[in-house]
Design a protein around this ligand. Structure first.
Ligand code: UT7
Length: 329
């Protein structure tokens, strides 16, 4: 049987736009208050893209840093995947736009749509390409500008989201390091719980789609919450089993940053103390595909990740979908 290569993260970078939207400012926009937002979600502020910044611009900033930290030139990158649900436009893909901006002429490029699970789905996809030798490296970016599809008159959703991008470069690493396992899944039956209907082929953009707000995110928060708590438990157990690791071996837990209460449920289930968990939902809110890489890269930049550490990444989102991975740094 062909020997598969070990694949790991060899460079990281992140970017959030300058503009900060605080809970206090949201209080002036909709009927909400800081106490409700903090106690129900853990969110205190979020970053919002400037009017002239699209998702590829956020992705570009994070990608340049990731390439620099990997010591790889853009023209040597062989594959670019952008995980996003807020592409610059329907097509060309944001990955193609980014390929041109970076000058990554050699790279195959495509977007991957798995909402907040998109980054882990993309890692798994690129891991397969590199493991088998089809490509030698890949640039993976989770980037979203959810502010562009958020209704700032709907208090049920507008307090929850922010914009940002996180990027990693993947390449071959010594045996025993890198990705040990993935667990990806979907429950299409729950697709109605979290969606953006307008502008697709079922419901093309029209005056009516605008009038009825179908160009904005719709979410049934309570049902998504229940799904999230359930799959954060099952996906972490399954991905640990596949990696042959026990929960006590996790050095750093990097969950999707949607809601502090969902993260706390997962930490309890894994018996993890807070110092083993990355939490930055307070600063960035839910940034969709950017959430896990923003948390991971921030932990790396803060010196919280050491060589040989075992990390568990896990996320959930629209689709409905989930994705988890165990990796050795
Ligand atoms: O990336 C995946 C995407 N999504 C998620 O992870 C979201 C998962 N869901 C959640 O995080 C939570 O369900 C929410 C944070 C969205 C909501 O928290 P909850 O504890 O489930 O609140 P609820 O929906 O049960 O609403 C409680 C009350 C409602 O009032 P009534 O009907 O009880 O009178 C809401 O109208 O809170 C009200 N409410 C608000 N009040 C102040 C809803 N949003 C707000 C708000 N400010 N922003």
């Amino acid at each position: 049987m062909m020997k598969l290569r070990s694949v790991g993260i060899i460079g990281t970078g992140k970017y959030v736009p300058e503009r900060v939207l605080t809970n206090a400012e949201l209080e002036t926009m909709v009927e909400t208050n800081d106490e409700w937002i903090v106690s129900r979600t853990g969110i205190r502020e979020r970053h919002i893209a400037a009017p002239d910044q699209a998702t590829s611009d956020l992705a570009y900033e994070a990608a340049v840093k990731a390439l620099k930290s990997a010591g790889i030139a853009a023209e040597d990158i062989e594959l670019i995947i952008v995980a996003t649900v807020t592409p610059d436009m329907t097509f060309p893909s944001t990955a193609c736009i980014l390929q041109e901006k970076l000058g990554a002429k050699k790279a195959a490029a495509f977007d991957l749509s798995a909402a907040c699970s998109g980054f882990v789905y993309s890692l798994a996809t690129a891991n397969g390409f590199i493991q088998t030798g089809m490509y030698n490296n890949a640039l993976i970016i989770g980037a979203d500008a959810l502010s562009r599809i958020t209704d700032y008159t709907d208090r049920n959703t507008c307090v929850l989201f922010g914009d940002g991008a996180g990027a990693v470069v993947l390449g071959e690493v010594p045996e025993g390091r890198g990705f040990l396992s993935f667990d990806l899944g979907a429950e299409g039956a729950g697709g109605e719980l979290l969606k953006l209907e307008g502008g697709g082929s079922r419901c093309p953009a029209s005056e009516e789609t605008i009038r009825s707000g179908k160009h904005f995110i719709y979410m049934n928060g309570r049902e998504v919450f229940k799904f999230a708590v359930r799959v954060m438990g099952t996906a972490t157990e399954e991905v640990l089993r596949k990696a042959g690791k026990d929960k006590s071996e996790i050095d750093l837990f990097v969950p999707h940053q949607a809601n502090i209460r969902i993260i706390q449920f997962a930490m309890q289930r894994l018996d993890l103390p807070e110092e083993k968990c990355v939490i930055n939902v307070d600063k960035y809110a839910n940034t969709s595909a950017a959430s896990i890489p923003l948390a991971l890269v921030e932990a790396v930049e803060e010196g919280r990740v050491k060589e040989g550490d075992t990390l568990l990444l896990v996320g959930f989102g629209g689709g409905l979908t989930w994705g988890a991975s165990v990796l050795v740094w």
